[in-house]
Design a protein. Sequence first.
Length: 316
Amino acid sequence: MPASVDTVAEALVASLGVEPQVVTLALDALRERGFPIRYVYVVHTNPSFRPIGEALRRLQAEVSHYADGRPPVDFAWIPVQDGADFPEDLVTEAEAGLFLRVLYRTVRDLKRSGHRVHLLIAGGRKVMAAYTMVIAQLLLDDTDAVWHLLSEERLLQSKAMHADDPGQTVLVRVPVLRWSLLPSTIRELLVWDDPYRAIRHQQELRDRQRWQLLHAFWERLTPAERSVVRALVETHGTTKEIARSLGRDPKTVAHQLESAYAKYRSCMGLAPGTRVRTRLIADLTPVLSSLVGPNAHARMGLRPHARRKRTPKTAL
């Protein structure tokens, strides 16, 4: 939803490809929707590459068109450059990484200064759109937005920088699954200069959250349920095979598995009746040894997947 009152400065950040009209068409569409875009940041590769140079010149020629608008729009040109490294195109992993760092710092600085950010993923290389989504997941909050632009083919072919009819273009808001769990996490990320460090930090937070969920599930299991779940994860066996290895009645094992599945659904927020056997195995496989710890079999009173021997009763 557009802001009804221009309480914060709004900025559009777009990567430039060989079709510069994508930027102006998106800008026009946003303003038509009521978003008072005040700044446009155009991230571009080396204009010595002729198609990019021509696209940049065409876009720069539009600055005067927006200078007298309400509000007026200021343009900033952000080169994908690090010293002498100024690629004409993004064709290597290093060049794509440079684009990621430049875009990260651009958006980070805007968020630091309190701007509402609109990211455009139309235009430019596909890797630009992919990395733009990474930045969105890292740095954007609920007030920001990611947009994709759809336009009529004849409008695109005409190379027109503006549409005669607003209906010729459609802005699609792209859902963003944000990595940050809390607003304080985003504020912490805004301090850093390196997007890869930010990504590692978010991965560590996700791993910690995943561990906490699985640990909570494990703690809710009874000792008997833990042994059954462990056998399931380690052997992928059927109910009868698990019962045989643990020396239990198949009906008892089936009941214990169903109880464990119900507790797993509860911990993971899944609907009752959801099939979870395969999912549970996948989730627990990488962390099972940490959950059970050393001497787990001894604590359970079991040998690894061996049938328990029954001690014969002696008549007195």
